[in-house]
Unconditional design. Structure first.
Length: 263
C-alpha cells in the first residue's frame, strides 16, 4: 500500500509541471556520436530529436546573452535554454555543429587548451574551432589540462584558469569570457577557485551542479542540466520542464559528505 502511494506520488511529482518554464536552463552535452562512451554521449539522432523539441517549445539564447540579462532583466530570459558542450570533442564539429546550424541555435563549447590538435582526431582542431567561431558558436575555457581544480595548489589553479584563457585568446584571436569547471560538482571547485576565475576577468563560470538558474544565481557557479546517454526522450523532457530538479540533492553538502564516507 505504502509502495503504491509512493509510486503514485512520484508519478504526480514528475507530471505536475508540464508548463513550468521558470528559470534559465543551461544544458551540458559532451560527445555527440554513435560511438557511445558511458554516461556522456548522445547519438546524433537523439540530439536532433532533442533540438527539434526545444525549437517547438523553448527559446534558445547564447550564454553571453543569458549572463547579460540574468541580473538586469531576468524575466526576459526565464524559461530560455542555453546549449553548452564540455571538453571540445571533434564530433561536436562533425555531428552537432551541422544540426545547430540547421536549427539556427547558438552554443558554447568549453575547450581544454592542451587538447586542441593534440590528441589525434578525438578533439577539435584549431581550423574547426575557427570555422565555428564565425558561425554562432562561442568558446570558453575548460582549463589547460582538465585536472580537478579543488585538488590543486593555488598556484596550479591560477595557471589552469589564467593560462588557458591567454592561450585560447591568442589561438582564436577572440576574447574568452566564459569558464567551466572540470567535472564541475561542488566538490570539484571551491570558493577560492571562484575568486581566481573572477580575478582572471571571466564574465561567468558554469558548474555541473544540477538545476536551473533563478534570479539570484551565482554567475560564477551557474547550474547546468547534464544530458546523458541513458536519458530517453521522456526523461529529457522532464529534465527541461523542471520535474527532475530534485536531482540537485546530489549537490548538497550532506550528500557530498555521505558520498565521501561511503565511496
Ligand atoms: Zn570536462
Amino acid at each position: 500500500m505504502v509502495c503504491i502511494f509512493a509510486t503514485y506520488t512520484g508519478y504526480q511529482y514528475i507530471n505536475r509541471s508540464k508548463t513550468n518554464k521558470k528559470g534559465l536552463i543551461i544544458l551540458t552535452y559532451h560527445s555527440i556520436s554513435n560511438e557511445i562512451e558511458p554516461d556522456e554521449t548522445v547519438t546524433p539522432e537523439e540530439f536532433e530529436r532533442q533540438l527539434h523539441y526545444i525549437k517547438k517549445n523553448y527559446k534558445v539564447i547564447s550564454l553571453e546573452e543569458a549572463v547579460g540579462y540574468l541580473k538586469t532583466d531576468f524575466e526576459k530570459i526565464s524559461g530560455s535554454i542555453v546549449i553548452t558542450f564540455d571538453d571540445g570533442y571533434s564530433d561536436n564539429y562533425h555531428n552537432a555543429y551541422p544540426l545547430l546550424k540547421k536549427y539556427n541555435f547558438p552554443a558554447t563549447i568549453f575547450l581544454v587548451s592542451d587538447f586542441i590538435e593534440n590528441n589525434g582526431n578525438k578533439y577539435l582542431s584549431l581550423s574547426q574551432v575557427n570555422e565555428m567561431k564565425n558561425n554562432n558558436i562561442s568558446f570558453g575555457s575548460h582549463t589547460i589540462s582538465h585536472r580537478i581544480l579543488a585538488r590543486l595548489t593555488n598556484e596550479e589553479v591560477v595557471k589552469e584558469i589564467k593560462d588557458s584563457k591567454d592561450v585560447l585568446e591568442s589561438k582564436l584571436s577572440k576574447k574568452i569570457s566564459s569558464f567551466a569547471y572540470p567535472i564541475g560538482t561542488r566538490a570539484d571547485f571551491n570558493d577560492e577557485t571562484m575568486e581566481i576565475v573572477k580575478t582572471c576577468k571571466y564574465a561567468c563560470a558554469c558548474s555541473n551542479m544540477y538545476g536551473m538558474n533563478g534570479k539570484n544565481a551565482d554567475i560564477f557557479a551557474l547550474k547546468r542540466i547534464g544530458i546523458e546517454t541513458t536519458d530517453n526522450f521522456f526523461i529529457f523532457k522532464k529534465k527541461l520542464n523542471g520535474a527532475l530538479n530534485i536531482l540537485s540533492f546530489k549537490d548538497t553538502k550532506f550528500f557530498q559528505k555521505l558520498k565521501r564516507i561511503f565511496f
